[in-house]
Design a protein around this ligand. Structure first.
Ligand code: G3P
Ligand code: MG
Length: 432
């Protein structure tokens, strides 16, 4: 045996960064990281093992080290169950209008072992929300929930867009605050990212009613768009100015090969449009739901039809698309293989959401095609309002995320008891 084959591959050490002063940049660069509230900095908290293990699983998935590879030293003893897991939607379930929903804190404590069975339960976050990197969301959620969280636990609506960075070179990125979405897109590996601000800076007549602020003018990049071909349009986050963003998207859709200032004769030569999700409404701080990215999509399709007479085909990622649930499955499978040496996802995943059209629909449809069980739980703290009939019917409806967690844990306990009783009845009696 050559000496090289005796070398055991070493994992990069897990870094623990203070949630108060962590920045997106230092979370992103430097290997696997957990973001930690100051009070847990001295020693790992109950949430550490889950957060760290998902961070490693995610790094392995992204470096194409699939779950088919052999488990890397599973811990000898762990209180974390491999049988079931939770996946949480964020807006309307854990957070509303930037504020934590109070029951979410207790729900997380239960998952981290403070339940009557003393077990710990793995969990991930699957949100359609966007406009921030997974790292930034992680810092924010760690502060809001006051617990250890890793970027590896996050799946955002725009997460799958990173896979398109190889396919499209020059892209228009729409939505979000300031330069944030450009940063997200560049972080995903897109080589040449254009924003609506860049286009207005080049020709301010593009949008008659929008003038760039001095900040926007400073950040926007000057170039000659008569010479640029925009190959694809990505709506990463909610538009902050529908009128001007739609004008620019429409100009590109009607152009010849994404060159601004040109018009296609057939209106069939424009670049493709991708949305990071399709939520028509979402749950923000207002008592009633607010319109979201799905509404922009509907509006754009209608406008294209009105102006050109043609149908526009657009693509949306996020929930309820199966790709989002498939990615979550790969992550859970990688985690289970790493931590328990079992190369399949947990038997049941409890998905807790507030939007029937994305959370419940996606979970139910994925349950039909998945090898394991996906169990949908609808909460009453967000989009869904009591007294209405959801178009997509959840397996359970509860008031809050805390009740959702208790529901899942109790269901698992009852199922385990049932199984034990069945196997006791079928075990042949031992004759003396
Ligand atoms: O824009 C955000 C929103 O549409 C939904 O986020 O966390 O409820 O999937 P979430
Ligand atoms: Mg939601």
């Amino acid at each position: 045996m050559s000496p090289a084959s005796l070398v055991v591959p070493q994992r990069a050490p897990m870094r623990r960064l203070n949630s108060v002063d962590a920045t997106t940049e230092n979370v992103r660069i430097g290997g696997p990281t957990v973001v930690v509230p100051p009070k847990h900095l001295m020693a790992p908290s109950d949430a550490h093992e889950v957060a760290a293990a998902f961070e490693i699983a995610r790094h392995e998935l992204e470096s194409f080290r699939s779950a088919t590879s052999s488990p890397s030293s599973p811990p000898l003893e762990t209180l974390i169950t491999d049988k079931f897991a939770f996946a949480f939607d964020i807006d309307g379930v854990l957070i509303r209008g930037g504020k934590v929903i109070p029951e979410a804190i207790e729900a997380m404590k239960q998952l981290n072992g403070e339940n009557r069975y003393g077990i710990k339960i793995p969990y991930i976050f699957v949100t359609n929300g966007g406009g921030k990197t997974e790292q930034e969301r992680c810092i924010q959620l760690s502060q809001q929930l006051r617990m250890e969280v890793s970027p590896g636990q996050f799946i955002c609506g725009h997460t799958p867009m990173r896979e398109m960075a190889e396919t499209f070179k020059t892209v228009l990125v729409v939505g979000g605050e300031g330069e944030k979405c450009r940063e997200v897109a560049e972080g995903y590996g897109f080589k040449d990212v254009v924003t609506p601000g860049d286009i207005i800076k080049d020709n301010q007549d593009t949008t008659p009613f929008r003038k760039l602020t001095s900040e926007e003018h400073k950040n926007s990049r000057l170039r000659n768009f008569a010479e640029v071909e925009i190959e694809a349009i990505f709506v990463f986050a909610d538009s902050r100015d529908w009128a001007s963003d739609q004008q620019i998207i429409l100009d590109l859709l009607m152009s010849k090969n994404g060159r601004l200032g040109t018009r296609s004769e057939t209106f069939e030569d424009g670049p493709p449009v991708f949305f990071s999700h399709n939520d028509v409404v979402w749950s923000a701080s207002h008592d009633l739901t607010r319109i979201g990215m799905g509404a922009l999509r509907v509006s754009l399709e209608a406008m294209f039809k009105a102006v050109t007479g043609k149908d526009l085909k657009t693509t949306a990622f996020g929930k309820p698309q199966m790709g989002t649930f498939q990615f979550a499955t790969r992550l859970l499978q990688q985690w289970r293989n790493d931590t328990h040496g079992i190369n399949s996802p947990p038997d049941t995943v409890y998905f807790v959401g507030d939007t029937p059209e994305s959370d419940i629909r996606g979970t139910n449809e994925f349950d039909n095609e998945a090898e394991n069980n996906w169990y949908s739980i609808l909460v009453r703290t967000g989009v869904f309002q009591e007294g209405t009939v959801p178009r997509f019917v959840p397996r359970a409806t509860v008031d809050t995320v805390l009740q959702a967690v208790e529901h899942g844990i109790e269901r698992e306990y009852r199922n385990a008891l049932k199984k034990r009783a069945i196997s006791a009845n079928t075990t042949p009696a031992i004759e003396e």
